[in-house]
Design a protein around this ligand. Structure first.
Ligand code: NDP
Length: 245
């Protein structure tokens, strides 16, 4: 676990977009970023969950967030561009982008992996990240020092039997992060990846139904790294693969 104590105003006046902000790690990241001063754009597919996070941020006294309801499985290029246009009008710049939303798909031998499952998982976990990043690049360049964070997994760094589409997608995520980081080298932008490690969320419970969730770290336990990489203390980090635990 990273020993990092974020200043209360670490993200003051920053605009940060979080995907999958309605639940699990993304929800916690949105709450933590807001608690450190950021105006958070909550992106996700379930409107009510986003509204609940919005309300929680307001109740905690955080800056007013924004909601973008978008299903990354079906979103079109037009919808991504519409979002970028809206954010340009509302905020004028983007200081941070946390690619967090993902699907687990089904676990099982690669030999029997349904190709439509592979397509769906790659669409949400990989293609959507590129499709969202592209129209947001001009906004990210307008910020003095923008940070892009990709979310990986231990199975995205070393292959593991039966993790099929999910593992393939997380290797692709690391590849996208490294490719983009090399392109960003020397610019005002940086990007890195986080492997959260085993964390008490719905996704983990569906992958390990027999596990006692109380033995796991909570999303809140991971936040020092999520804050470090989003704030200006990490300006020198680019192209690195981090572990939150
Ligand atoms: P959860 O399943 O708890 O949350 C995932 C979030 O992503 C949900 O808010 C979900 O929305 C959203 N989402 C899923 N599909 C879509 C879609 N098509 N369009 C828009 N939003 C979508 O997962 P975690 O919080 O556990 O995982 C967060 C990240 O961390 C993921 O990238 C995961 O791969 C990674 N990770 C998690 C680990 C763990 O142990 N938990 C370990 C290693 C990596 P909705 O709430 O509407 O379903």
């Amino acid at each position: 676990m990273l020993e990092y104590h974020a200043k209360k105003d670490l993200l003051q006046d920053k605009i940060i977009l979080v995907t999958g902000a309605g639940d699990g790690i993304g929800k916690q990241a949105a709450l933590s970023y807001a608690a450190h001063g950021a105006s958070v754009i909550l992106l996700g597919r379930t409107q009510q969950k986003l509204v609940d996070v919005y309300d929680e941020i307001i109740a905690n006294g955080g800056p007013t967030p924004a909601i973008g309801c978008l299903n990354l499985q079906t979103a079109t290029a037009g919808q991504y561009h519409e979002l970028a246009t809206r954010l340009t009008a509302e905020f004028g710049q983007l200081d941070g982008l946390l690619h967090n939303a993902s699907l687990l798909g089904s676990l099982g031998p690669l030999e029997q992996l349904p190709i439509d499952t592979l397509e769906t998982v790659l669409k949400v976990n990989v293609i959507a990240q590129a499709a969202l990043t592209q129209p947001l690049m001009p906004l990210l360049r307008k910020a003095p020092h923008a940070s892009i964070i990709f979310t990986s997994s231990s199975v995205g760094r070393k292959g593991r039997a039966f993790w099929g589409a999910y593992a393939i997608s997380k290797f692709a995520t690391e590849g996208m992060m490294q490719t983009l980081a090399d392109e960003l080298d020397g610019s005002t932008l940086r990007c890195n990846s986080i492997n959260p490690g085993a964390t008490r969320t719905k996704m983990r419970a569906s992958a390990y139904p027999a596990e006692d969730p109380l033995t796991l770290k909570t999303a809140a336990d991971l936040m020092p790294l999520y804050l470090y990489l989003m704030g200006d203390d990490s300006l020198h980090e680019n192209g690195q693969a981090f572990n939150a635990q």
